[in-house]
Design a binder for this molecule. Structure first.
Ligand code: GLU
Length: 511
């Protein structure tokens, strides 16, 4: 722990493209862990790989986390006592640490050109092997361990490009660690290669920068995706080589595709019919657009609630958690190590739950811009509240309210031909004509229950089939066989509109 014994965690994305929902889940679990333990949540941008830098990706990451309501205590935007928080701005820090490892015999200079490495790879392949730069091969390569001192020193003064590699221990040993989620994890060093720590372009690699920064930023817990587990032994050995106390590690389970096995990748997104990114992303090179949860109509709270359940469960039946409830219920002990299957239908269900729990007033606010976009003048607020209240159980997204309510705002342009064929026949149209006249002459209170009584009486008098009339009347008023209670629709549409619509249907569909 750091001097103040405070928990400090970080989310450390690389701006190599839009943030995948798995990345948001990592940020969320770090956030929940920090908030639950009154700790500090840090954003650090790991942008040392200049070849993979993508324009706009950092802004995207920051905007996506903002949309999700995951706020940082320290980061590139608000700063903090351990800055800068962008690794490209910390460039000058890392070389000294790489040198320190060389001095202590834990790292060495390597001068092999790309061509020489390629040749070594090809040679190994011709023997049916895979080349690995490690304890077995390093002395046959071109580095400060294999070359005489005078020679490699001259190469350094002559500015021959070099990288700095970590020197895996010569004698095979086992590196162990206690992962918060997986328990004891162990790795054989004989299976590990001498990873590059510092590159010829003067930048550290992920491994060096990540470990140095976690140390300098006094990170106490590293919570990250399972794909980083293979890097763990190197990181543990780096902490040892520096003589630093290492943080506690937790590797989160993979997020799996909805069907079958395999990790849900960035490329799966729109191919499988759902977004994999929090916000829509336009590729700056190709212009290709990938859909986002925000633009698809998801509430950020629903998206986060769904993500929380990818790998974690509260141990109870409760599924809907407010932001604060998630913070108090969350614990790393309840995170599984096996992969978490992503379920797009369940994701919609979460959104539906959040939608039906919003008040009709809140939904009016969200739905009004959609109506305006369709050039509909919104009805008075209380009327719109009533309309939304009638249909909200049937939708998962605010934009779907339109499909369920459009007929309240404008008369149907056409009539479902299947319903018309089945229902609009025999004595029905003539009866509807009588019904329209009845409505026209009606001067009682325009109330669903009273109108239902009136219509039922007329149906009885004329001895006509009740169900048949209801279905055709619905067809005339809404254009199909959907919608809430028919007499409530009639009440809301009003006398004049109902009469007009019945007459219009008779004109279009015939007598
Ligand atoms: N920069 C790494 C990434 O993009 C961070 C991995 C870690 O958290 O150590 O995920």
């Amino acid at each position: 722990m750091n001097s103040s014994n405070m928990i400090r965690v970080r989310f450390a994305p690389s701006p190599t493209g839009p943030l995948h929902m798995g990345g948001v889940r990592t940020a969320l679990f770090n956030y929940l862990f920090a908030r639950k333990n009154q700790g500090t949540f840090i954003l650090r941008i790991e942008d040392t790989d200049q070849t993979r830098y993508v324009k706009g990706a950092e802004d995207y990451i920051i905007n996506a986390l903002k949309w999700c309501g995951l706020d940082f205590d320290e980061g590139p935007v608000q700063g903090g006592d351990f800055g800068p928080y962008r690794q490209s701005e910390r460039k000058s820090i890392y070389k000294a640490f790489a040198d320190q490892l060389i001095q202590s015999g834990n790292a060495y200079y390597a001068f092999d050109s790309a061509e020489e490495l390629n040749t070594a790879r090809k040679e190994a392949e011709s023997r049916g092997q895979t080349f690995s730069y490690d304890a077995k091969t390093r002395l046959s390569m071109k580095n400060s361990l294999s070359l005489p001192e005078s020679e490699f020193k001259k190469m350094l003064t002559d500015d021959i490009p070099f990288v700095i590699r970590f020197k895996m221990p010569d004698e095979a040993c086992v590196v162990e660690d206690e992962d918060m989620i997986r328990g004891k994890v162990s790795f054989r060093t004989s299976e590990l290669d001498d990873k590059v720590l510092f590159k010829a372009d003067g930048m550290p690699t992920y491994h060096l920068a990540n470990v140095v920064d976690d140390h300098l930023m006094e990170i106490t817990h590293v919570i990250r995706g399972e794909e980083w587990l293979p890097s763990l032994p190197l990181h543990v050995l780096l902490y040892r080589a520096f003589g630093w106390k290492k943080p506690v590690f937790a590797h989160l389970p993979l997020i799996l595709k909805p069907q079958g096995k395999g990790k849900l990748s960035k490329r799966d997104g729109d191919k499988l019919g759902f977004p994999v990114f929090p916000l829509q992303w336009t590729d700056p090179e190709t212009g290709e657009v990938s859909s986002g949860y925000r633009e698809s109509g998801y509430f950020p709270e629903a998206f986060l609630n769904m993500l929380a359940f990818l790998g974690w469960n509260p141990g109870t039946e409760q599924e809907i958690f407010t932001h604060d409830q998630l913070i108090s219920a969350f614990s790393i002990d309840r995170v599984n190590k096996s992969g978490a299957r992503f379920d797009p239908e369940k994701t919609k269900w979460f959104n539906h739950q959040y939608l039906i729990h919003k008040t009709d007033k809140e939904l009016v606010k969200l739905f009004t811009p959609i109506l305006r976009g369709k050039e509909i003048v919104p009805p008075p607020e209380n009327e719109l509240e009533r309309i939304i209240g009638l249909v909200k159980e049937r939708v998962s997204f605010v934009h779907e309210l339109w499909d369920q309510t459009a007929f309240f705002f404008s008369a149907p342009q056409d009539y479902d031909p299947k319903v018309a064929k089945k229902r609009w026949k025999g004595e029905i149209p003539a009866f509807l004509q009588t019904l329209a006249e009845m409505f026209d002459n009606y001067d009682g209170s325009w109330d669903a229950a009273l109108l239902k009584e009136k219509v039922s009486q007329l149906i009885q008098e004329k001895q006509i089939n009740f169900g048949g009339v209801m279905n055709s009347l619905r067809l005339a008023l809404v254009g199909g066989s959907f919608g809430p209670d028919l007499f409530t629709i009639i009440e809301i549409l009003g006398k004049e509109e109902v009469t007009k619509r019945i007459k219009q249907a008779i004109r279009v569909l015939g007598m």
